[in-house]
Write a protein that binds this ligand. Sequence first.
Ligand code: HEC
Length: 96
Amino acid sequence: MKIIFTAAICIFAISTSSYASDNLVKKSNATKAHSIIDKKCTTCHSKEKIDLALSSGKDMNQIQKEMVNKGAKLSSNEQEVLGIFWKQAKPIAQSK
Ligand code: HEC
């Protein structure tokens, strides 16, 4: 009985900690994405433009490519971080 109880606690601990670290990864990705947007995307227009597109469910990966064509300078790492961020799709102003 004691063993079963201990095992249950272990499973619980493992599952909650992986859930927490998953959230942490998402959170730190969002933080990185915010700073990339602040640095690279607000030179030509405001963040509101991005928020509007996000909240109206536009294809942000497509828009990101268009922005790179227009002259946004993103490293491949930055493109990856933003790619993950668009999937979480929270308007920037609200997720802060
Ligand atoms: C070199 C200038 C420039 C940079 C840098 C830039 N943009 Fe843009 N962006 C534009 C212009 C010009 C428009 C308006 C033209 C249009 O709407 O097609 C625009 C429009 C947009 C729109 C609205 C498009 C739509 O269809 O609703 C979004 C969203 C957007 N930009 C996101 C971004 C993001 C994200 C970044 C950073 C990766 C970025 N932009 C960086 C020039 C830029």
